[in-house]
Design a protein around this ligand. Structure first.
Ligand code: MTE
Ligand code: CO
Length: 431
């Protein structure tokens, strides 16, 4: 078993990440442990415990007018998105991460969905937002938000995973926490209009094969989307988890491309150009390739393969009690539904089938559990998932054997956490 990689390996991997992501000028921040699980570890106040009457039982609480828009309890203040300062050159063109170790079930609360944007997040007035569709169409049109809100809509739960999720981990364990190794994914229910409804309205020419989808942010993010996918299950979404999209997630309108890498889910969607081939020179796709060991690159790797991670225990959520414990995690596949998750506690010698609980949906996060007994022994824990195509999540070394270590993107290898006798948990790899 090799523990965390040697510092040289780590920094060269980091440089590689920054280089491939087109980013420079990063500085390594001190990895001081912050106060993430403070609330749960806080000392009890005996005055509030039986046989005393707790303070909050003696006086009325806050009234209904105190919270026109509700927020979590102050005791949950550590449950936040976090970024890694040295990862990107600026905080506008950057990323923050979903705190999966603090969540349960399958839905990510809107305020905790990781953000990735290349030019900062604008807050656009829906009254001023327009979606233009032109190119190889019978009738080019400009849609206002009120036009879109009067079209037939649907509700669908999907995960969005950035292709760079776990991108730092190609050369060895780098970041201590599933928030950082696996936090570039969120899973929400979208409400939106199927893209095919809008495309029907403009009418497609017979040679219409590709769309250029473009955002209204300062980055003007654009990607080429094949027509087949556009007509299959893509949505023009305006709501997530029932309420309007948050500005950082593309308010007032974003593209939803189920199962495909996050980059193509264009936010603040302002323009769709219909063409007969992809816009290779212009668009972001030229950057979103997977560099292989021999210098060749994989292109159009749109689909996110099956992947899973144990969120508890994990470095930010160590084990605290002996005896009964709950291990939990998430699994997802861009190719279909999760059919089964296996968990090992002893580095792969023995596997047991995890208990899946909650909705099992296609292209959505699925929640799994293992209820287990812990007597302070060291554990090497891993999860591996199977999807409805029969695919089994690979080990990191199986991935490296095919893809090398030059890539940033599409790392869906099995994650290992080492749980020490004192419950502290670390990102490691088993060789
Ligand atoms: N759309 C626009 N307009 N601008 C962007 O920078 N970033 C893309 C995609 N859509 C981006 C964008 C990337 S790389 C990802 S991973 C997802 O948005 C992130 O979506 P989220 O911020 O809702 O998590
Ligand atoms: Co991305």
């Amino acid at each position: 078993m090799s523990k965390k990689g040697a510092p040289e390996t780590r920094s060269s991997s980091r440089r590689q990440f920054l280089k491939s992501a087109g980013l420079t000028g990063a500085v390594m921040a001190a990895g001081a442990r912050s106060a993430w699980s403070q609330a749960a570890n806080a000392e009890s106040n005996p005055e509030n415990l039986p046989p005393h009457v707790a303070d909050w039982s003696k006086y009325p609480g806050q009234g209904v007018a105190d919270r026109p828009y509700g927020k979590p309890s102050k005791f949950e203040a550590h449950v936040v998105r976090r970024d890694v300062e040295w990862l990107t050159a600026t905080r506008q063109s950057s990323v923050n991460f979903t705190p999966w170790h603090e969540l349960d079930g399958i839905i990510t609360p809107n305020g905790l969905c990781f953000e990735r944007h290349h030019g900062g997040a604008p807050d656009i007035s829906p009254a001023d937002h327009r979606l233009m569709i032109h190119g190889l169409v019978d009738k080019p049109l400009i849609f206002s938000m009120s036009d879109i809100l009067r079209m037939p809509r649907v509700n669908r739960v999907f995960f969005l995973e950035c292709a760079a999720n776990s991108g730092m981990e190609w050369r060895g364990p780098q970041l201590n926490g599933c928030q950082f190794t696996h936090g570039m994914i969120h899973n929400v229910m979208y409400t939106g209009v199927p893209l095919k409804v809008v495309l029907n309205e403009v009418g497609l020419k017979p040679n219409a094969k590709w769309l250029l989808v473009e955002g209204g942010d300062a980055a003007g993010m654009n990607r080429s989307l094949p027509m087949e996918k556009a007509l299959d299950d893509c949505l023009l979404a305006f709501k997530m988890n029932g309420e309007a999209l948050r500005p950082e997630q593309g308010y007032p309108l974003r593209l939803v491309v189920p199962g495909w890498e996050g980059n193509i889910w264009v936010k603040w969607l302002r323009r769709i150009e219909v063409g007969d081939k992809p816009w290779l020179a212009r668009e972001e796709t030229s950057k979103y390739t997977d560099l292989m060991a021999d210098g060749r690159a994989r292109r159009f790797t749109f689909v996110m393969d099956a992947k899973s991670v144990i969120t508890n225990p994990s470095p930010q959520a160590p084990l605290r009690f002996r005896g009964q414990n709950v291990l939990t995690g998430i699994a997802w596949s861009g190719r279909g539904a999760i059919t089964r998750v296996d968990v090992t506690l002893d580095g792969g010698r023995n596997w047991r089938e995890a208990r899946i609980d909650g909705p099992v949906l296609e292209r959505s996060v699925t929640r799994f559990y293992v209820d287990f007994d812990w007597q302070g022994e060291e554990l090497l824990i891993q999860s591996r998932c199977h999807d409805s195509t029969g695919y089994l999540q690979p080990t990191k070394n199986e991935l490296r054997a095919i893809r090398g270590v030059n890539s940033i993107y599409h790392n869906n290898g099995i994650q290992t956490w080492l749980v020490r006798a004192n419950g502290e948990t670390e990102n490691v790899e088993i060789s």
